[in-house]
Design a protein around this ligand. Structure first.
Ligand SMILES: [Fe+2]
Ligand SMILES: [Fe+2]
Length: 229
């Protein structure tokens, strides 16, 4: 362990992440979403798990665009803004609110220690919403020749991707298995009745016009993956 892996990020809040990235410079690729957690979960958790896989693809694309930009290579600003818009539209308005409902239901069923984990995840949702907005505004600032330095933007971008991945992995590895065991059919019915009605504008009901650059790059990434197989 070199102190820069995902384990080293556990417990760090955004303010401390900045120092972490000055030392470690890059987000480790191993921070990618851990993958299926085994067994069949409740359908709402399965849906959130699928969202995580999609979010992981979006974060990988964002990360590689940031690599190009900070290495002085050509990068696509429209794409970066679209990626952040997707996160604001879907992750912050549909994915996190559904998780919030599930976590609040879980807090009535779980021990104090596990309730603390859910409280931490709820707090991260609020910080992620604020960070997504802040990072999108920083990108727009750079695009319009604003005063922000590239170094500042890089710290913010790396920190943002790491916080998103840390969050997804914590949910996949710890929260979802606990909740799948603890929640009753009645709880799930109550959650389903109040869940937010937002379609995913990229992976579910594609909005080709709004996310045209994102579709183009996702298709390209898929073709490259297929060519490698
Ligand atoms: Fe979450
Ligand atoms: Fe999530």
């Amino acid at each position: 362990m070199n102190g820069c892996g995902i384990a080293a990020l556990q417990g760090l809040e955004p303010a401390n992440l900045e120092n972490h990235f000055r030392v470690c410079a890059l987000v480790p690729e191993s921070a990618a979403v851990a993958g299926p957690i085994g067994g069949v979960m409740h359908e709402l958790l399965e849906r959130l798990h699928q969202d995580h896989k999609n979010l992981d693809r979006v974060l990988t694309l964002l990360s590689s665009q940031l690599d190009h930009f900070f290495a002085g290579r050509e990068s696509n600003f429209d794409l970066k803004i679209e990626l952040l818009e997707y996160l604001e539209t879907y992750a912050d308005l549909a994915h996190h609110p559904l998780e919030d409902l599930i976590y609040h239901a879980g807090m009535k069923r779980l021990s104090d220690e596990n309730t603390h984990l859910l409280e931490r995840l709820l707090g991260q949702h609020q910080r992620l919403t604020a960070s997504t907005r802040k990072f999108r505004m920083s990108l727009e600032n750079i695009l319009h020749d604003g005063v922000m330095s590239r170094a500042e933007l890089e710290t913010q971008g790396r920190e943002y991707v790491a916080l998103q991945r840390l969050h997804l992995n914590l949910e996949e590895a710890e929260a979802f298995p606990l909740l799948d065991k603890a929640l009753t059919e009645e709880d799930w019915k109550e959650i389903a009745a109040h869940q937010p009605r937002h379609d995913d504008p990229v992976f579910e009901k594609p909005d080709q016009l709004r996310f045209s650059s994102l579709f183009h790059y996702l298709e390209k990434a898929e073709e490259e993956e297929e060519a490698e197989d």
